[in-house]
Design a protein around this ligand. Structure first.
Ligand SMILES: NC(=O)c1ccc[n+]([C@@H]2O[C@H](COP(=O)([O-])OP(=O)(O)OC[C@H]3O[C@@H](n4cnc5c(N)ncnc54)[C@H](OP(=O)(O)O)[C@@H]3O)[C@@H](O)[C@H]2O)c1
Length: 295
């Protein structure tokens, strides 16, 4: 594929990584800030499409505050659902492929095995329902690719790994849910996968899972995140059950995603989560060094 790639949600985790990743010369990414590309504003979207004439639109913009969505359903719906319809229309008019990102939280977590693309989504939260509706909008576009990912983290933005590292610097013990399982995925690895999907002759279309190939509990991810801290994090990471940690939104107990179809159709596989976490931890450790220290 070739041509301009218009990226929404530039300031988010995935948007930032898509701006940092290496792109082939045939694909020219442009990621305007939300102030000039607000996906809930049809005029703003149309202006961006007219200005950049994209061959591909990659939508990383989303309402991602899972608990807050329970009490802000209208806003979550506007961003995760309705706006995706606007992007689908705009991409259609521009003759562009729409690449849209969705979530493991479209599943209820009761399957007891990794979910594949043929499994029936059954979201248990407002966030999950709005994201599922957004998938439908994207798949209704003339040409589209929907990628479901999970438990995204990176060295910037708001995410579990950064929160745990901060808490480990402030507290002697951290208590973390140990009975929810998923596939922690580095935003940088997903960004590389997206480029890998677009850097080919045949246009990728349809619905694919794109997550780390192995799984963890939140406790596993916290434990490994603290272990990787330099200077070392001294906090003891204790196990909690979901019942002991009530949240506004229900979360699936086991939302592992199988990304086998992505490997089969495109030969693409994300890295095991511990390898990717080591890179993100190294980046965070380097950023924490005092000025003048050996980087
Ligand atoms: N984070 C996860 O754990 C996770 C897991 C599975 C799937 N996903 C999906 O992966 C994708 C990328 O997630 P992420 O972690 O990169 O999310 P993120 O860090 O929250 O970034 C989303 C970005 O979209 C922006 N945004 C919100 N409303 C917008 C609008 N109307 N127009 C333009 N931009 C807008 C947000 O700005 P503000 O911050 O100013 O609102 C934020 O910068 C999303 O589709 C998400 O649903 C995420």
């Amino acid at each position: 594929m070739k041509g301009p790639v218009l990226i929404t949600g530039a300031a988010g985790q995935l948007g930032t990584e898509l701006a940092r990743v290496a792109w082939p010369a045939s694909l020219r990414p442009v990621a305007p800030p939300e102030s000039s590309l607000d996906i809930t504003d049809r005029d703003s979207v149309m202006r961006a499409v007219e200005a950049y004439e994209p061959a591909i639109v990659v939508n990383t913009a989303a309402y991602t505050a899972v608990d807050a969505a329970e009490t802000h359903e209208a806003e979550a719906t506007r961003i995760n659902d309705t706006a995706v319809g606007v992007l689908a229309d705009a991409a259609g008019e521009a003759g562009a492929l729409l690449v849209h990102v969705s979530t493991d939280f479209v599943f209820d977590g009761s399957a007891g095995r990794p979910y594949d693309e043929d499994d029936e989504p059954r979201p248990v939260s407002v966030y999950g329902r709005t994201k599922l509706a957004g998938e439908g909008r994207a798949l209704g576009a003339a040409r589209s690719l929907v990628l479901r990912t999970s438990w995204l983290y990176s060295a910037h933005g708001t995410n579990f790994v950064r929160t745990i590292r901060r808490l480990a610097g402030e507290r002697d013990r951290i208590r973390v849910v140990a009975d929810q399982r998923g596939c922690p995925t580095a935003a940088a690895d997903l960004a590389r996968t997206i480029v890998g999907l677009l850097d080919r002759e045949r246009e990728p279309r349809g619905l694919y899972h794109a997550a780390a190939p192995d799984d963890a509990t939140w406790w596993d991810l916290a434990r490994e995140s603290v272990d990787a801290m330099s200077p070392p994090g001294n906090a003891v990471v204790e196990r909690l059950s979901s019942a002991e940690y009530p949240t506004a939104a229900r979360r699936p107990a086991d939302s592992r995603l199988s990304s086998a179809r992505l490997a089969r159709d495109f030969g693409l596989q994300l890295r095991p989560w511990r390898d990717a976490l080591a890179d993100v931890s190294a980046e965070l450790n380097a950023a924490a060094l005092p000025l003048g220290a050996d980087r």
